[in-house]
Design a protein around this ligand. Structure first.
Ligand SMILES: [Zn+2]
Ligand SMILES: [Zn+2]
Length: 134
């Protein structure tokens, strides 16, 4: 059986479980991540869709544009998930909402073209001005 890990929102109403290793991990500097969380950057663990399950509560979904879905807790507001129709089969969870946020450290920084001047990048990982795939 694959290893699983759990995470959830601040108030505990919404809980999720991920199985196996992420397909990718990123640390994102984009303005959408900022606006959706109020944080200057956001780290993501990106899983095959079938390996992510909501195990308690219900995700509230906000579409930032058609087919781009951000999942959060409607009670406390924690940003928990992301997926988009143009990238089928993948489902992201916010790394920092895992019960153990050290499990899947970001292997790259993306959207560094939108990085705030007062946020330092990690020199130990590759940087991409936009997405990692161009
Ligand atoms: Zn909550
Ligand atoms: Zn972003």
């Amino acid at each position: 059986m694959e290893r699983t890990a759990e995470g959830g929102c601040r108030c505990g109403a919404v809980r999720y479980r991920v199985a196996g290793a992420p397909a990718a991990t990123t640390h994102c500097h984009c303005s959408d991540c900022r606006r959706m969380t109020g944080a200057p950057t956001l780290a993501w663990a990106i899983f095959p869709e079938d390996n992510v399950a909501i195990v308690a509560g219900e995700l509230a979904v906000h579409e930032t544009s058609p087919g781009v879905e951000w999942g959060f807790c409607a009670k406390c507001g924690s940003t928990l998930t992301y997926r988009r129709a143009s990238r089928p089969g993948l489902f992201d969870v916010t790394t920092a909402t895992l019960d153990d946020p050290e499990l899947f450290p970001p292997e790259k920084e993306i959207w560094t073209g939108e990085r705030l001047s007062w946020i330092r990048s990690n020199p130990d990982v590759p940087h991409f001005p936009r997405t990692a795939t161009g």
